[in-house]
Design a binder for this molecule. Structure first.
Ligand code: OOG
Ligand code: NI
Length: 461
């Protein structure tokens, strides 16, 4: 009859993200190599950039940096997605943003489960990009039926995991022992299972419809397909990868290298070929291979306002119009040059990004005298009473380029209509609406301005 001592959702998230990282390192050894490289580059970058280092230390971001990573999974049914939402809620992770990947020719739509509070993000910003298969985008009706039937027969969560989700919902959290068991049981869902649930023949047919369809439908669970550490200098990691025996893709996605990083830059390396056992009719099994899993690194920069994002989208489209990256990467340098050229139009110092309202900032009192508390926020910063620091972009850009391309095709109205319908269906399947990412950044900035004014007014600085 003792009172249950609840472990914080932040702590459960950290235990889970560590366990996930250990599991993935064992499953995909190159991930371990990449983590080492990222650690080396990050400490080198901190040594070379004392301003950046000072900021990371002052904001308690060092711990976060070593823990920080995102992963991605793909689920097959609305029920799987809805239970995933409840599972992530135990760890303080909620669905943020809607991503329509059908514009990139991929039959899924997605959200990212992540913490949203400033404190929670500081402790551990672990995110899981989660996609739901869109069977409605498979043209062949018979194949669609078959895939739905296969998915209906599997259960991707262990019974104990489902119990503990219900316990957490009932009690408002888990105690120490429950949390440990929960993490162990939840890992089972994300683990790689080499035993396919279908014959090689069925696998091949689904694969022909789209490789992702086979990846989602043919296995026991939604294996984590990559885990991505965050680096402070992605160009250095890109150059360092071949030295460690890893071959990255030809170009870094996202904005070019800048003094003030914006949004997200990412690069990845090829998936492993994994051995798979397909059941065959005689009760024996047939060996095959499957490629699903890859490695990725990212560098995060400041979150952009809608105005900044519009400028970003326009400049990226401009660069991509000028030079299309070929699949063999032979013109990577020309593309990077076009990108740098296009982005000359994007201000590259913090003051300009802030005063032109292109990016979001967190304000705080400096303790020095300056303009009066009710002065304009720019005047307060200029006077030295208030300082402004970039708010990190916590979300994703999986189809920004593809989205821009499709909006150039001239049937924008139709596209938007279809996207709205798909989004409503996604939220119905999820069992909740997704958080609006822009509203979260805007609120973080606004709250920091209000707190700053209050502190100045009451001289509590
Ligand atoms: C998800 C890809 C999205 C990212 O970093 O943009 C993602 C997937 O392939 O399942 O992780
Ligand atoms: Ni990723």
């Amino acid at each position: 009859n003792s009172v249950k001592t609840i472990v914080s959702a932040d702590a459960v998230r950290t235990t889970f993200s560590r366990a996930m990282s250990d599991m993935y390192r064992a499953e995909v050894p190159q991930y371990g190599t990449l983590m080492e490289l990222v650690r080396e580059v990050n400490s080198e970058t901190r040594r070379a950039d004392s301003v950046l280092d000072g900021r990371l230390v002052a904001n308690d971001e060092i711990e976060r940096l070593d823990l920080e990573r995102h992963g991605a999974i793909r689920v097959g049914t609305p029920a799987e997605l809805a239970t995933m939402r409840r599972l992530f809620a135990v760890m303080g992770m909620v669905p943020v943003a809607y991503y329509d990947l059908s514009v990139a020719g991929v039959p899924v739509h997605s959200t990212a489960f992540r913490p949203v509070g400033t404190e929670a993000l500081r402790r551990n910003p672990f995110r899981v990009f989660t996609s739901l298969l869109r069977l409605d985008l498979i043209a062949d009706a018979a194949l669609r039926e078959e895939a739905a039937g296969i998915l209906a027969r599997r259960s991707i969560f262990t019974p104990r995991c489902l119990d503990l989700i219900a316990v957490a919902e009932r009690d408002g959290g888990l105690d120490d022992r429950e949390a440990d068991t929960f993490v162990r049981e939840a890992l089972e869902t994300f683990r790689w299972h080499g035993d396919a649930t279908v014959t090689a023949e069925v696998y091949a047919r689904l694969r022909k419809a789209h490789p992702l369809v086979a990846d989602i439908v043919c296995f026991k669970g939604p294996h984590i397909n990559h885990l991505t550490p965050r680096t402070l200098d992605i160009d250095a990691v890109q150059v360092g990868m071949p030295v460690k025996g890893i071959t990255p893709k030809a170009v870094i996605e996202g904005p070019p290298r800048r003094r003030v990083p914006i949004l997200l830059r990412q690069t990845s390396f090829r998936a492993l070929q994994e051995p798979v056992a397909f059941p065959s009719s005689a009760g024996t099994s047939e060996d095959g291979t499957h490629t699903a899993r890859f490695g990725e690194i990212e560098q995060r920069g400041v979150a952009l306002t809608p105005r900044g994002r519009a400028l970003y989208d326009r400049l990226l489209a401009e660069a991509r119009d000028r030079v299309q990256v070929s699949s063999d990467g032979s013109n990577a340098e020309a593309y990077m040059a076009a990108l740098v050229e296009a982005f000359r139009a994007f201000p590259d110092d913090e003051d300009a990004l802030r005063t032109e309202r292109l990016a979001y900032f967190r304000f705080s009192p400096t303790g020095r005298a300056g303009a009066p508390p009710d002065a304009d926020i720019d005047a307060l910063v200029l006077s030295g009473a208030v300082k402004a620091e970039p708010i990190t972009y916590e979300d994703f850009l999986p189809v920004s380029a593809a989205g821009i391309f499709s909006s150039n095709l001239g049937d924008e109205g139709q596209e938007n209509h279809a996207e709205r319908a798909a989004r409503a269906a996604f939220e119905r399947d999820l069992g909740a609406s997704v958080f609006d990412e822009d509203a979260l950044y805007a609120a973080a900035e606004r709250d920091s301005i209000e707190a700053t004014r209050a502190a100045l007014l009451h001289h509590v600085v």
